[in-house]
Write a new protein. Structure first.
Length: 110
C-alpha cells in the first residue's frame, strides 16, 4: 500500500527481526537480521540510522535489493556494539566481512 500510494520506487521497513522491502514491479523480499551472540548488544541508539545508511549505500552502488538489505542489516548490527550512535561503526571492509561471516536468524516471513 505504501508503494502504491507514493512515487517511491522502493519501500523498505526495518525491524529487529530483519528487513522487508519491495521495488515497484517486483516481488517483496525479506532479509533476516543477524543471529547475535549473548552480550553483543551494548545499546540500540543509531541502529535505524545505520540501517538507512546501508540501504542508501547499496542503492547508490546499484546493488540488488537483497544485498542492500543484508548490508544494511550488517550496519545496524554493528551499530549495536556501542551504546553511542556511532561508536561501534567499522569501515567498509570490516562491514562486508561481518555481513559474509555472521550467521543470520533462522526465519522467514511469507
Amino acid at each position: 500500500m505504501l508503494l502504491e500510494n507514493s512515487s517511491s520506487e522502493i519501500v523498505c521497513i526495518h525491524f529487529p527481526e530483519g528487513a522487508y522491502a519491495v521495488e515497484r514491479g517486483s516481488k517483496p523480499l525479506f532479509a533476516p537480521s543477524y543471529d547475535l551472540p549473548p552480550g553483543f548488544i551494548k545499546g540500540t541508539a543509531g541502529a535505524g540510522d545505520a540501517f538507512c545508511a546501508g540501504m542508501l549505500y547499496g542503492i547508490h552502488e546499484e546493488w540488488e535489493l537483497q544485498r542492500s538489505m543484508q548490508f544494511a542489516n550488517a550496519m545496524a548490527a554493528i551499530c549495536l556494539t556501542d551504546p553511542s550512535t556511532s561508536g561501534g561503526m567499522t569501515n567498509f571492509k570490516e562491514t562486508i566481512k561481518f555481513m559474509n561471516e555472521m550467521p543470520v536468524r533462522k526465519m522467514s516471513i511469507d
